[in-house]
Design a protein around this ligand. Structure first.
Ligand SMILES: [Zn+2]
Ligand SMILES: [Zn+2]
Length: 297
């Protein structure tokens, strides 16, 4: 009877252990040896109720199938790995040999030139940088004509891009207009002094202009050839008296007249009652004005 009981018990144990084996599938993800160990406690609990050795043998035999179960579990857990391996492949997919197409941007007057290389993937870079060309200006064209008292404006245009550059034209030096301004100021001073006005004479103007050019080399009442400048005046008309005022560095008729009027000797010429005629010269040399007044009477 006892043996029969033991047999049925051991058969039950074997069933339990088998069940434990199938139940052990759940923990299969955990390392292979553990499922067998964790499954065995359950039957071992039942076996402890029966301390007899024979019961232990099925438990040992049970451990064998338990080892087979993990082997299947290993193949199962191994499966995800091949799935995971394709993942690195997508990350390396964008890596390719760039195929660049080039677009040349030529240099302009003010901007650099370059070539842009672009791949279909979006990668791009620039190379072959060329310096800006700089403008290619044509000739200056006068837009505002300068006068003796006002500056003018000139413009030149780039033949390549059309950019324009403007510049100021200095007032035109007009000896005749400057001379007439001085003559007017002289006669104003003479009028204040109750004297008759002087008459502007063409050949005296010409001679005064010549004298102004001579002052660049010899700033004195001596001509470059050493002669007396007044001697020449008498050859220009039937004059019995003559005088000469010179100045340099004054920039206008008014300032040079102020300078002369503040100098007794020059003032005396301007206000000489014996003079009837006048010539005025003004010569611009390197931006410096050389002035001459020739008086005759
Ligand atoms: Zn590319
Ligand atoms: Zn240009």
């Amino acid at each position: 009877m006892k043996r029969a009981l033991i047999r049925t018990l051991s058969a039950l144990l074997a069933l339990l252990l088998l069940c434990g084996c199938t139940g052990a599938r759940a923990p299969t993800p955990t390392p292979s040896p553990t499922p067998g160990v964790s499954a065995s406690p359950q039957p071992s609990v039942t076996s402890t109720s029966d301390p007899t050795q024979p019961s232990a043998s099925p438990a040992v035999s049970n451990s064998a199938p338990a080892t087979t179960a993990p082997s299947a579990a290993v193949t199962h857990t191994a499966a995800p790995q091949p799935v995971a391996t394709p993942r690195p492949a997508p990350t390396s997919a964008p890596v390719h040999h760039h195929s660049y197409t080039s677009v040349v941007t030529p240099p302009s007057c003010t901007t650099q030139g370059y070539t842009t290389y672009t791949c279909a993937c979006g990668a791009h870079y620039q190379d072959h940088v060329a310096a800006a060309l700089g403008h290619s200006f044509g000739a200056w064209v006068t837009i505002v004509v300068p006068t003796a008292s006002s500056s003018g404006t000139k413009v030149r245009t780039c033949t390549r891009c059309g950019a324009q550059e403007s510049a100021t034209i200095s007032p035109v030096f007009d000896p005749n207009s400057v001379a007439s301004q001085v003559v007017n100021l002289v006669n104003q001073e003479r009028a204040k002094a109750g004297l008759s006005p002087l008459t502007a004479v063409g050949n005296l103007h010409s001679y005064a202009q010549t004298r102004s050019t001579e002052l660049v080399s010899v700033f004195d009442h001596v001509r470059p050839d050493g002669s007396n400048p007044l001697t020449s005046v008498f050859n220009l008309g039937s004059y019995s008296t003559a005088g000469e005022n010179i100045a340099m560095g004054y920039s206008s008729a008014q300032t040079v007249m102020d300078g002369w009027m503040n100098s007794p000797g020059h003032r005396a010429n301007i206000l000489n009652a014996n003079f009837t005629s006048i010539g005025v010269g003004c010569y611009n040399y390197n931006g410096v004005l050389y002035w001459t007044q020739i008086f005759a009477g």
